[in-house]
Ligand binder design. Structure first.
Ligand SMILES: NC(=O)c1ccc[n+]([C@@H]2O[C@H](COP(=O)([O-])OP(=O)(O)OC[C@H]3O[C@@H](n4cnc5c(N)ncnc54)[C@H](O)[C@@H]3O)[C@@H](O)[C@H]2O)c1
Length: 103
């Protein structure tokens, strides 16, 4: 069973990926590495450097791997004040991207 972990390179996500892999599941990671680390993901796990707001790409990966479950942990835990004031895609809050991914 393939399980998609968004934010799988982050603190909580990487622990989740290890647990799933150790349990014999097939974790697939989407992470934009805005705060995560590649070294935090066990070798052999499929990792895709994507923004969860990219609906087309997320849908492609769900279809490609036959994803049955999604554990959503991608988030900007700390958002500096100057970034909140910037306009554009990178300034959109995590909840907006979560909604896009869910749609
Ligand atoms: N760390 C804790 O103690 C804790 C406790 C309770 C709940 N949580 C929640 O768990 C979630 C993850 O927290 P964390 O501590 O692992 O944070 P983290 O910053 O370590 O991990 C978040 C990951 O999401 C990735 N990411 C951010 N925006 C992205 C995007 N648009 N597309 C793809 N990837 C993106 C980052 O690169 C990073 O790897 C958050 O929702 C947080 O509120 C954390």
């Amino acid at each position: 069973m393939a399980i998609l972990i968004t934010g799988g390179a982050g603190y909580i996500g990487s622990h989740m990926v290890y647990e799933l892999a150790d349990g014999g599941e097939l974790p697939v990671v989407i992470d934009d590495f805005s705060s995560g680390f590649k070294w935090a993901i066990p070798s052999g796990v499929s990792v895709f450097v994507e923004d969860i707001g990219d609906q087309r790409r997320v849908a492609q990966l769900i279809a490609k791997f036959g994803i049955s479950e999604i554990i959503h942990l991608a988030a900007s835990v700390v958002v500096p004040a100057d970034r909140r004031q910037r306009r554009g895609k990178s300034a959109r809050p995590s909840r907006a991207r979560t909604k896009e991914a869910a749609d």
